[in-house]
Unconditional design. Sequence first.
Length: 94
Amino acid sequence: METNDICQNRHKGNTNSIRVNPSAAFKKRDRAKVYEIIKRSFGITSKEIAELMHRRLNCISGRISELKQAGLVVVDGRRGDCGILHDRNDFIKP
């Protein structure tokens, strides 16, 4: 799985953004935690994941984007202003 900065196109090489970009090991650990939460749920939003992990949304949104990009997570439906995340392996669309 890609461990580069998934948001590099957004910050366009800003020195501060590059400096605070988490290490590959940190991203891998958080990505695994986020994926485990999604797998155990029957649909969960990014805000709900952030609450469960006691983290700010911006700290986990990159990991969710990486999981989507890898094809491990799909979004179906909305709850409030957030998409509902599902593990692709467990997702059955009616």
